[in-house]
Design a binder for this molecule. Structure first.
Ligand SMILES: NC(=O)c1ccc[n+]([C@@H]2O[C@H](COP(=O)([O-])OP(=O)(O)OC[C@H]3O[C@@H](n4cnc5c(N)ncnc54)[C@H](OP(=O)(O)O)[C@@H]3O)[C@@H](O)[C@H]2O)c1
Length: 316
């Protein structure tokens, strides 16, 4: 079957290790089922994998991709929850493409309990954009950030997959949303999604109750300064540097909470799918390519110039 996979690891030039070619069908363990993948989407995670972060060389070749929507052996349309219980991993879980083959392939083996019905309102491509970046944003806002108690939210680096999701979801949940982006064109597009868009580091009209952080070192000080007393700064990544400087006086004086966040639960993914189906919320998609052009999808993500998700339509 055709697949996009890591054949080598290059910390500085991740795309050099990407191969698109035929590989054997995935092994289907007991309790797992094969899924015909109709659409998948890329995440920054795939670039980390190609750099060798979280993917050691002895696991190569490894099919990339955490996100998929497809059809199960009974013909049901499903979205695949990407988190697999994994006792060998210190986190207690792994994502597809870390230990088990990933989603950017004709077929994926997945635990049966990871299959969630795809609402008919969503296309396969739209559904395939939700399981990682959108679920992460949902978990950060709803569960970790306790957005129900918030009036205003700040999203840093708002052009990315997680960040565009956070802007759309926070606006759909009725909050005032501020978003930073380095790029004027992206700021215009973020504003169209319902946020007040500002340059990185800009002073906001008010302090916020929840900050969505995935950029890291370049934005963290701004995240602290924009926080209202008792605010939750929820961190899911550190795209641009993981060693941020923290003024502890601000942490205790303002009683800030700095919270780590990783992925979400299958029940949250079902809740996110329902929100999309019933409230007309749709993922922001930067680009959709046919499988034959999957290499260009990776190049687009690596350019850092994306606005929303990069998806692969396996049926095109
Ligand atoms: N913990 C989890 O469960 C989880 C899940 C998903 C993702 N993540 C992590 O979250 C991060 C974002 O993932 P993603 O898939 O949304 O990535 P992405 O689509 O590649 O977006 C990254 C965004 O970060 C901003 N950025 C990049 N370099 C920057 C810099 N030097 N200064 C300021 N901003 C910069 C950019 O925003 P602008 O161009 O708008 O400024 C860019 O659009 C990654 O580190 C990923 O590993 C974690």
């Amino acid at each position: 079957m055709r697949a996009a996979y890591a054949s080598a690891l290059h910390p500085d030039e991740p795309l050099r290790g990407l191969t698109v070619a035929d590989l054997p069908e995935p092994h289907v363990p007991d309790g797992w089922v094969p899924v015909d993948v109709r659409a998948s989407s890329l995440n920054h995670h795939d670039l980390w994998s190609l750099r060798g972060v979280g993917l050691p060389a002895d696991r190569l070749p490894m099919i990339l991709g955490c996100d998929a929507a497809g059809v199960d052996p009974d013909g049901a349309e499903v979205v695949v929850f990407p988190v697999v219980e994994d006792k060998a991993d210190p986190r207690g879980y792994s994502l597809f493409s870390e230990r088990h083959p990933g989603t950017i392939a004709e077929r994926l083996a997945a635990p049966r309990e990871n299959l969630i019905p795809k609402p008919p309102e969503l296309s396969f491509v739209e559904a395939a954009c939700l399981p990682t970046a959108w679920l992460t944003a949902y978990h950060m806002l709803v569960t970790r950030g306790r957005i129900a108690d918030a009036s205003a939210v700040l999203v840093q680096g708002a052009g990315g997959g997680v960040s565009t999701a956070a802007v759309v979801l926070a606006a759909a949940l009725g909050k005032r949303v501020y978003a930073t982006s380095r790029d004027a064109g992206k700021r215009e597009r973020i504003a169209a999604l319902g946020a007040t868009a500002v340059e990185p580091g800009a002073r906001l009209a008010e302090r916020v109750d929840v900050v969505i952080e995935s950029v890291g070192a370049p934005t963290f000080d701004h995240s602290m300064k924009c926080s209202a007393p008792g605010a939750r700064i929820v961190v899911c990544g550190a795209t641009a540097g993981h060693r941020a400087e923290i003024d502890l006086r601000r942490v205790f004086a303002m009683q800030l909470e700095i919270l780590g966040s990783s992925m979400g639960t299958a029940a949250e993914l079902a809740g996110l799918l329902e929100l999309c189906a019933t409230r007309g919320v749709r993922p922001v998609i930067d680009t959709t390519v046919p499988f034959s052009e999957v290499g260009s999808a990776f190049a687009r993500l690596a350019s850092g110039d994306v606005f929303g998700k990069v998806a692969v339509d396996h049926q095109a």
